[in-house]
Design a protein around this ligand. Structure first.
Ligand SMILES: [Fe+2]
Ligand SMILES: [Fe+2]
Length: 273
């Protein structure tokens, strides 16, 4: 049995819907969908209608785009209520989410704990000389502001930082509770600032994670970290631990590079297996 991953499907784009429709069926294997499927529940249903029948088990973690409240969403759910509605939708498909017990399964003959996480960001991926209260102005000075500032509401938390910190605290307790097995950490946002480097838009790092998770790859028996959000697909190592950015991204970012047979990223047993 193998573990594959995908993220940032952005199914609002017709080219992305077309390539996803060609994803190969692997009925013996598991699939991680690491967020930014799209902006609506309709996009999530599109993805699960295609993927759930083709894999033994699908796992999902939310991206920032799924949490946007847009005019296209008649329910206009915000924040935690929106997240919970998406979790309920996943459960109707049998898709596992960060709200489920972390599943244990054997890949390549090794038992692994899979930990889907929802941790958000707190603007701490910034240079140390930039104070927190100047961070947004620092990003805006380079012409960058994430649409989350307008569309990703933290209700009932007063802000996204407090939502992030509450998620980190609750998740920490769950991960530390065991069992002591090799673990795959799965989060839309990179867990480590070195995994959040964006050469074209470096100050976008503000919306990419939290320093509170910067040592998580060295704890909890972490075997590999799976993430997306950057739209820079790659395999790299931090402190000897494998990090896999598994995004598709927007058509202008993947056309000519990613073909249907290369859409899936193999996480376990591993790319070389
Ligand atoms: Fe994305
Ligand atoms: Fe994202």
């Amino acid at each position: 049995m193998r573990l594959y991953a995908l993220s940032d499907l952005h199914l609002g784009c017709s080219e992305n819907r077309e390539i996803l429709a060609q994803v190969p069926a692997r009925p013996d294997d598991w699939l991680i969908v690491a967020g930014d499927v799209g902006e609506t529940a309709h996009h999530l249903r599109l993805a699960f209608d295609l993927l759930v029948p083709r894999f033994r088990q699908v796992l999902w973690v939310p991206g920032n785009h799924e949490l946007w409240t847009t005019a296209r969403d008649p329910a206009a759910l915000r924040g935690v209520a929106r997240y919970q509605a998406l979790v309920d939708l996943c459960r109707s498909y049998g898709v596992l989410t960060p709200e489920d017990d972390y599943p244990v399964a054997a890949f390549g003959g090794r038992s692994m704990r899979l930990a889907p996480l929802f941790l958000l960001y707190d603007y701490s991926f910034r240079p140390p000389e930039i104070p927190f209260d100047q961070a947004l102005d620092w990003a805006r000075a380079s012409g960058i502001e994430c649409a989350d500032e307008i569309l990703l509401h933290p209700d009932p938390y007063p802000d996204r930082v407090q939502w992030c910190h509450a998620r980190v605290e609750a998740t920490l307790a769950r991960l530390a509770a065991g069992p002591a097995l090799p673990t795959v950490l799965i989060n839309h946002f990179p867990l480590h600032p070195a995994a959040a480097r964006l050469p074209l838009v470096p100050r976008f790092s503000l919306w990419c994670g939290t320093l509170r998770t910067a040592d998580w790859h060295l704890r909890f028996g972490t075997e590999v970290v799976v993430y997306g959000h950057l739209h820079i697909r790659r395999t790299h190592h931090i402190d000897g631990i494998r990090f896999e950015e598994v995004s598709l991204g927007y058509p202008r970012q993947w056309t000519g590079r990613i073909t249907p047979d290369r859409l899936l990223r193999e996480i376990l047993p591993g790319p070389a297996s």
